[in-house]
Design a protein around this ligand. Structure first.
Ligand code: GLN
Length: 313
């Protein structure tokens, strides 16, 4: 039996859950102090089809900070507001091939081609989002995340405070971009709004629905609200395919074949366009900053469901 029947999806999720639940590989992020305190045993899976059926397994109650997965939704908003070419001209879309918080990447490129899914391009994306001041930008960004999730998402206060007091590296990134004429709003405030967006709290179900909205051409399959256009969604997914897992993005696409995005809070989303979005949360990370268990779980499910779009049999 093949295909995306209810039985197959449930079996794929159960098998992957059981195969990976006892893995202890990886380590919580600790460069943001509060993330070291998150329970490493949180393990939740949500697969949401493009027509709105929700399949879940494991821990759906625990929320973690969205971290870098937020970069996807802010990028989508900026493309929606200003167009694909604008993002290409003002930020760039080629992968840096370097760590997500690399300053060298900016220096090498003189601020060009800094990529919206790693820190420099993501802070630049925040600086470009509509909103006359930082409060308006934050409101726009939070509302975008709410619409993708179909929920009133909340800020994780302790994670925000912890990172805001300790984000000198991201502040340096924003200032270096400004020096190269590639920061389009106050660098301190842009970094602050960026830090806030990274601290939005989500559970696996929220992330699954956000991913499913991308799988469904920008229409939330639960609320039926159009969040962004199909064209914006396609451009966003393309950047996810080439840069969604930082400097391991090539390895990921090689193994799984689906656009995805990770965050150091332990979440990963992946999107099978037209079919489903999937999200897994498990905080322990590998050296590149990607959740070990979430990667393995998504890999197992995609393999079982046989949905690698590059695989034609
Ligand atoms: N807020 C984190 C940072 O800027 C996000 C990084 C991530 O998830 N890779 O370092």
């Amino acid at each position: 039996t093949t295909g995306l029947s209810k039985e197959n999806i449930e079996a794929a999720i159960n098998d992957a859950y059981n195969a990976n639940k006892d893995s202890k590989e990886g380590k919580n992020a600790d460069y943001i102090k509060e993330l070291a305190n998150v329970d490493p045993n949180i393990y939740g899976i949500a697969l949401v089809t493009a027509d709105g059926t929700v399949y879940t397994k494991g821990d759906l109650d625990s929320r973690v900070s969205i971290q870098s997965i937020s970069k996807v939704f802010t990028l989508a908003r900026v493309i929606e507001e200003h167009g694909a070419k604008y993002v290409m001209d003002k930020i760039g879309v080629d992968a840096t091939g370097l760590r997500f918080n690399s300053i060298v990447a900016i220096e090498l490129q003189k601020g060009k081609e800094i990529n919206p899914l790693v820190n420099p391009g993501a802070i630049a994306a925040v600086s470009l989002v509509n909103g006359a001041d930082s409060a308006a930008k934050w409101k726009n960004i939070l509302q975008t995340h709410d619409e993708f999730a179909g929920a009133d998402l909340q800020l994780n206060g302790p994670v925000y405070i912890s990172e805001a007091g300790d984000n000198l590296r991201n502040q340096a990134i924003a200032h270096l971009l400004l020096a190269y004429g590639r920061m389009y709003f106050d660098p301190v405030q842009s970094t602050d709004v960026y830090t806030k967006q990274c601290a939005i709290n989500v559970n696996a179900r929220d992330l699954g629905i956000m991913a499913a909205t991308l799988a469904n051409g920008g229409v939330n399959p639960i609320t039926k609200k159009k969040v962004v256009s199909p064209e914006t969604t396609a451009f966003t997914l393309s950047v996810m395919a080439t840069a969604g897992l930082y400097d391991d993005s090539g390895q990921w696409l090689y193994a799984v074949g689906l656009p995805a995005k990770s965050g150091v809070g332990g979440g990963i989303i992946a999107v099978c366009p037209g079919k489903f979005g999937i999200a897994v949360i498990s905080p322990p990370l590998n050296a590149a900053g990607n959740s070990v268990k979430a990667q393995k779980t998504i890999y197992d499910i995609v393999k079982k469901l046989n949905v690698n779009p590059y695989l034609v049999q």
